[in-house]
Design a protein around this ligand. Structure first.
Ligand SMILES: Cc1cc2nc3c(=O)[nH]c(=O)nc-3n(C[C@H](O)[C@H](O)[C@H](O)COP(=O)(O)OP(=O)(O)OC[C@H]3O[C@@H](n4cnc5c(N)ncnc54)[C@H](O)[C@@H]3O)c2cc1C
Length: 523
């Protein structure tokens, strides 16, 4: 009757599904993961995309978020072969006028660099980092690795002090407003702003100002800006080894098509080729919520308003990514001084930044969209032949190009040429002699690569204030539980959202264990 069975079935072997599975297996539950693709990892993957021997991260290339949480330690992922490299400098910005600005792991050293542009901004940056260190840092890390708190709770605490009101104001502002309030100098503003909106936030998005003192600055200084040695795939591979060590297993090439529900309880799943798998205690879905609620579950078990809401989730930012294999080390234009920096933002100007996102909203490409260049191989020799390098160059771009996502297919060759020219403006030695392989990926390609990247959204569903915290993915299911008994949610559509954090996986597993009265077993 069943082709496989387990106490817990986890759907989707993205890093969140695997994190949840590893915690649950570690707690003693027989756990099986079903993954649509032939490899594990979802958006945390590494493949030879351009030429043999050159290993490119397919999506996520920096694992910043996961550094602040308990996942790496709890699951002892170093024992399972995972090693993080922590670049220092953390990142740099290069500007069209030939100047550059570097953020180092050390706040003191960073402040010295900012002083060259504005002593006032240098002092403001130091104050911002003191604020982060004293008042935000611990709460930031804790808050993401537990279910989202109600707005009333958060505001009740903040309303107790002047400091709380100040924080509330920053959080309610847009990142652009926060950098304009804090800093006076345009290079400094662009440098901090670009980093703060990297996770898929519009610069002028009210309610997202907190990113300026968390993900964009403080969290990077404190927890580091990790890259897995060997490639992003090493994280899911280590998670899968951990899962197996605790008696669990992953079945790949098993796209789930249907959730089996009886008497309001999740019983198992059916895959696209008709295999049936039973879940005896819990079913954890690490899939996109639109796919799950509108396509996989018989509507009789769900409130029609929930199904409608999940059908209407708003997607967020997508990207164009250029992957390059190089036969020599990338050398930036003379004077920029960032040849040794792994992660570089070609930040352009604040005016370019604003214009790029305005065009994005209209469905247009902006030729001078600020972009980032990542060269892991400066510190990680496992990703390319000796002396050779891989480059990952990305910028945001609309899925609905000129109103039609298919428009991307028609311009791919021109796009590749344009992206190469833009890189060459900053790295002149990217040329016919040095480029061993190249590949450009559009929002359309990203959407096709993984059902989680709905409409090319790199975070699954948009990081908008209306879809954050207890509103993600919907107020009635933000605690990872669903109206169907035994069916739980995890992954990027749940709190705290997209990026490589492992937080949705951790939080979902803790919820399942709590419902099964197994809290103690997780340690
Ligand atoms: C171009 C790009 C660049 C990015 N850069 C970064 C970065 O530098 N840093 C960062 O932190 N984040 C980055 N992200 C975001 C990050 O990759 C995602 O937020 C993250 O991978 C989400 O992890 P997840 O486990 O929640 O979901 P996913 O990794 O998407 O995993 C979902 C899994 O479910 C599987 N699946 C889907 N449907 C089914 C089905 N029906 N049955 C079975 N399995 C199914 C998928 O194949 C996939 O393996 C980037 C994303 C993109 C697209």
């Amino acid at each position: 009757m069943w082709d496989g069975e387990a106490e817990v079935l986890v759907l989707g072997a993205g890093h969140n599904g695997l994190t949840a599975a590893a915690y649950l297996a570690k707690a003693g539950l027989k756990t099986l993961v079903l993954e649509a693709k032939e490899r594990v990892g979802g958006g945390s993957g590494t493949e030879e995309l351009t030429a043999p021997g050159y290993r490119h991260d397919t999506c996520a290339s920096i694992h910043g978020g996961i550094q602040s949480g308990p996942v790496l330690k709890d699951l002892e992922l170093d024992r399972f072969g995972l090693r993080y490299i922590y670049p220092d400098p953390l990142y740099a910005s290069v500007f069209p006028d030939g100047s550059s600005l570097i953020t180092w792991r050390s706040v003191d050293r960073t402040v010295k660099g900012i002083e060259r542009f504005s002593p006032k901004d240098a002092a403001a940056y130091r104050r911002l980092m003191e604020f982060w260190e004293k008042a935000i840092r611990d709460g930031f890390a804790r808050s993401r690795y537990s279910p989202p708190r109600k707005h009333t709770e958060i505001y009740a605490r903040l309303e107790k002090s002047e400091f709380g009101f100040a924080l509330m104001k920053l959080m309610a502002s847009s990142p652009l407003d926060v950098v304009r309030d804090l800093f006076e100098e345009e290079h400094v503003r662009a440098h901090v702003l670009k980093a703060s909106i990297q996770g898929g936030i519009f610069p002028d998005q009210p309610g997202s100002g907190g990113s300026v003192f968390t993900g964009g600055t403080g969290a990077r200084h404190t927890f580091g800006w990790g890259i897995p040695e060997g490639g992003a795939a090493e994280l899911p591979l280590a998670l899968a080894r951990c899962l197996r060590a605790h008696g669990g297993e992953v079945v790949t090439s098993a796209p789930v098509k249907e959730i089996i529900v009886a008497d309001g309880t999740a019983k198992g799943v059916v895959t696209a080729d008709g295999r049936r798998y039973a879940s005896h205690k819990a079913l954890v879905a690490g899939l996109h919520v639109r796919q799950l609620f509108t396509e996989m579950i018989d509507p009789q078990w769900l409130d029609a308003s929930l199904v409608e809401a999940m059908g209407n989730v708003k997607t967020g930012l997508s990207e164009v990514v250029l992957h390059l294999a190089l036969s020599e080390r990338p050398r930036y234009r003379h004077g920029l001084g960032v040849d040794d920096v792994v992660h570089v933002h070609a930040a352009e100007s604040i005016a370019d930044l604003i214009a790029a996102y305005a065009e994005y909203r209209k469905g247009n490409r902006y030729p001078r969209a600020p972009f980032q260049i990542i060269c892991h191989t400066l510190l990680d020799g496992k990703r390319a032949p000796q002396g050779h390098h891989v480059l990952n160059i990305g910028h945001y771009a609309p899925y609905d190009l000129s109103g039609r996502p298919e428009s991307w297919s028609g311009i791919k060759e021109a796009l590749l040429r344009h992206e190469m020219e833009r890189v060459r403006e900053y790295i002149p030695n990217v040329n016919e002699k040095t480029v061993v392989g190249k590949l450009v990926e559009t929002p359309l390609d990203i959407a096709a690569s993984n059902a989680m990247f709905l409409r090319g959204d790199i975070g699954g569903m948009g990081h908008l204030p209306s879809q954050e915290g207890v509103l993600r993915p919907h107020p009635s299911i933000s605690d990872y539980r669903t109206p169907i008994r035994g069916l739980y949610l995890t992954a990027a559509c749940t709190f705290p959202g997209g990026s490589i954090t492992g937080a949705p996986g951790h939080n979902s597993a803790m919820t399942v264990l709590s419902d099964l009265d197994l809290n103690g077993a997780a340690q």
